[in-house]
Design a protein around this ligand. Sequence first.
Ligand code: SF4
Ligand code: SF4
Length: 266
Amino acid sequence: MATVITSECINCGACEPECPNTAIYQGGVEWELDGVKHPGIAADIFYIVPEKCTECVGFHDHEACAAVCPVDCCIPDPKIPEIEAVLLERAKALHPEQTFGADFPSRFKKEGATNGGEPTPAPASAPVPAAATKPAPAAPVASPETSVFVPEIGEWEVPIQCHHCHGAFAVEFRHFRAGVVFNCPFCNGSYVITSTMHNHIHHRLHDFHSQWRNAFETFQAKRQQELAVFEEEQKRALEEFNRSLQSDSLELKPPGAARKRAWIFG
Ligand code: SF4
Ligand code: SF4
């Protein structure tokens, strides 16, 4: 998908010289392609021309504008999903003088890239406060016997404070993806999730979950060991008791039980 600049842009201009395709323009400035000029897409903030953006495919393994933006407002445009092949063709068309070998740089080739050249499904654009009001179904992470639960990572409610009205709401982490725009339930102001925000929360949740899981597993292993020792002791006590019962039965004789007669005369 093409990259887009959100309304959070502070007009610092850092991104413009980084673009290998001259796809970034200052607000109000006309953009140009093949010698033809077009009216600016945004008036007050920097903007990206989707027809010229290749998400840096062919030049970098990351979006160069997003890498330098101090406020993380260069984000994937969920409305324009594009596959790597399309972006590479665009790079070739924009730079006919250049040769792109098989090892051309691309963010799709980065370790952990998820769409490997397939169309990226548009993230659900979300007026998602619905998710905020819905109680997250709690799932035990480690032990079905414990009464302490944490939700699965995707269902974890991420708190958000609206930077327009400071209202607090929450969304499930599965919706908390880069490029998704939430609307504040109090003032309807937009709140855009950047990749930095997503990655930060992603790491926090994963770290906490693995610590939580490890703590339970360690506790359970210790408890298993203690249980095995306890059972062994109980087994020994039971065997000992049964043996003592057996010897009691040999010693205790009921009245009238046959006894060996004592013979007086030898
Ligand atoms: S993602 Fe790359 S190609 Fe697209 S606007 Fe940003 S710097 Fe330019
Ligand atoms: S780097 Fe970010 S804040 Fe600065 S002009 Fe570009 S998009 Fe706007």
